[in-house]
Write a protein that binds this ligand. Structure first.
Ligand code: GLN
Length: 308
């Protein structure tokens, strides 16, 4: 098998050829400043070796990747029963910001990895005195960086322009699904999406998940085993929105994407990988990050069914 360095080098060259196919997200005005030519990757193995290339140090907003941390946070603070009385665990086959099944399928959002599901999940965390402060503490511990901050301008831009999310939240409030007022749940959701990270932060988080919730660098358990299992399962079935089936077939790594251009992927018992590129495909997944992971999966035999 080729070395990790060589696989990364080849993956980056392969992925760059696809960048012109993608477009930067513009529906959140502040995200429109992203540079579609950027591409970066960071890979951290369980033994702590760090590999990186391209724009790996570029900060970007975590966006929907925060939905995995929101779920951990809600399960830790509100518990299994409450969270899964608000949100289901089935893939939707619809876009991440679709509202349609809230009316026609079941009143509850189908899973915590779509916008409606994350808003409902966030609404379960309001018993805490400072929910966002506690969420930030957890995020900093999972990513191993104390200095992680909110990107204030992206947060304000989301809050101002997020009418689609607002309609879902009010619809859910009218059906008694939210545990708090719609605006409170939305504010926490918008803040969670606007946390600023790098590929190194997300690769560190991914290797904690790969190592069953224990930080391999310190030996400290950060997430309970039963929660890690739930989060990684939902990453497999719903982490790439309505592209989750194709991603499972072509790449085969539990992963979560965000419209800021990041994808975080957790290779069981082996490594965490995060890739970043603001140019997105029609489903909202980063074109470049997707292709980096596709290449690495093949070159390093990372697919969960790679065989012997
Ligand atoms: N903040 C974004 C939104 O609410 C998150 C979506 C995403 O990353 N797919 O639309």
């Amino acid at each position: 098998m080729i070395s990790i360095e060589q696989a990364i080098d080849e993956a980056m060259r392969y992925a760059r050829t696809f960048l012109p196919e993608g477009k930067v997200a513009t529906y959140i005005p502040e995200l429109a400043h992203g540079d579609p030519g950027q591409l970066g990757v960071c890979l951290i193995t369980k033994d702590g070796t760090v590999y990186h290339d391209g724009d790996w140090q570029q900060e970007f907003t975590i966006q929907s990747i925060s939905k995995t941390i929101c779920l951990i946070f809600a399960l830790q603070t509100a518990g299994y029963e409450k969270v899964f009385s608000k949100v289901g665990v089935e893939p939707t086959g619809d876009a991440f910001n679709s509202i349609v099944k809230l009316e026609t399928k079941t009143l509850h959002p189908l899973n915590p990895m779509i916008n409606a599901g994350a808003i409902a999940t966030a609404s379960c965390c309001m018993d805490l005195e400072d929910p966002f402060g506690a969420f930030m503490d957890l995020t900093r511990r999972l990513c191993g960086r104390e200095s992680i901050q909110l990107n204030e301008s992206v947060y304000l831009s989301e809050k101002k322009s997020g009418m689609r999310n607002r309609s879902m939240a009010y619809l859910m409030q009218s059906d008694n699904i939210l545990e708090c007022d719609a605006e409170l749940a939305l504010d926490l959701y918008f803040r969670m999406c606007s946390v600023s990270v790098t590929t190194e932060d997300l690769a560190r988080y991914a290797v904690v998940l790969a190592n069953d919730g224990v930080d391999p660098a310190t030996g400290e358990r950060l997430v309970e085993n039963w929660i890690v299992r739930i989060v990684k399962t939902l990453m497999v079935t719903c982490g790439m929105y309505d592209g989750s089936g194709e991603f499972a077939m072509k790449v085969g790594i539990p992963a979560k994407s965000g419209v800021g251009g990041g994808i975080m992927a957790s290779v069981e018992d082996r490594m965490g990988i995060a890739a970043f590129g603001p140019a997105l495909d029609a489903k909202g997944n980063s074109v470049g990050a997707y292709r980096v992971l596709e290449y690495l999966s093949q070159a390093l035999r990372l697919h969960y069914f790679a065989g012997k």
